[in-house]
Design a protein around this ligand. Structure first.
Ligand code: ADP
Ligand code: MG
Length: 199
């Protein structure tokens, strides 16, 4: 599986990368965000939602668990940090949220891996190590499903342009790294059907 990583140097740059994903999203898409508290999951979602035309303030739904916004299409923003079990997530109506007319963004999505659809985008944010600048974050994009590989590639091109335009200093330093990660072990998610229903 091809995995894309990008290093951001400020919250604003993480918003820009989030914004770069927006043009590639369609109703029905699911994005799972992982990373510790303060990693920048909500900051990423803010950039993404603004670029989808959301005018409301986007805040972490840590206590309310779910926020809904109207942008170019309906957006459901979940934060399941406070939920303790799959059952609680199901009781919340998780399966109804996975609705083909909405984009679903899940903070701490890795905690409910088995409830996620087979095709989704996983975004992992990592805080810097002790010797790195405090405002640096490593964002890793793991596409699950062929269409997500194309969407991530397109996001990268947009993000490169937007980051260069926002940068005050000309830089030739590359922020993007593509790596190969091993396939998921046999038995789970290996048999993929090619959908014919997505036009
Ligand atoms: P999470 O939702 O993962 O708990 P938040 O997005 O709410 O985290 O908070 C991230 C915090 O880190 C914000 O205060 C933000 O300003 C700060 N920050 C500093 N540098 C970055 C960066 N490169 N990307 C994202 N956030 C950053
Ligand atoms: Mg958050």
């Amino acid at each position: 599986m091809k995995v894309l990583s990008v290093m951001t140097h400020s919250a604003e740059e993480t918003r820009i990368v989030g914004a770069a994903l927006a043009p590639n999203l369609l109703p029905g898409d699911v994005v799972s965000l992982s990373g510790d508290l303060g990693a920048g999951k909500t900051v990423f979602v803010q950039g993404l939602c603004a670029a989808l035309g959301v005018e409301d303030r986007v805040l972490s739904p840590t206590f309310t668990i779910v926020h809904e916004y109207e942008g170019r299409f309906p957006i459901i923003h979940l934060d399941i940090y406070r939920l303790d079990s799959f059952q609680e997530v199901l009781d919340l109506g998780f399966e109804e949220f996975l609705d083909p007319s909405s984009v679903v963004l899940v903070e701490w999505g890795e905690a409910i891996g088995p409830l996620l659809p087979r095709r989704f985008l996983e975004v992992e944010l990592r805080q810097p190590g002790v010797s790195d600048p405090e405002d640096h974050r490593a964002l890793t994009f793991r596409p699950h499903g062929a269409e997500w590989i194309a969407k991530v590639q397109s996001m990268r091109e947009t993000a490169e342009t937007l980051l260069a335009a926002a940068s005050e200093v000309a830089t030739t330093e590359t922020r993007f790294f593509v790596t190969d990660e091993p396939q998921a072990p046999p038995g789970r998610g290996r048999i993929s059907e090619t959908g014919t229903d997505s036009g």
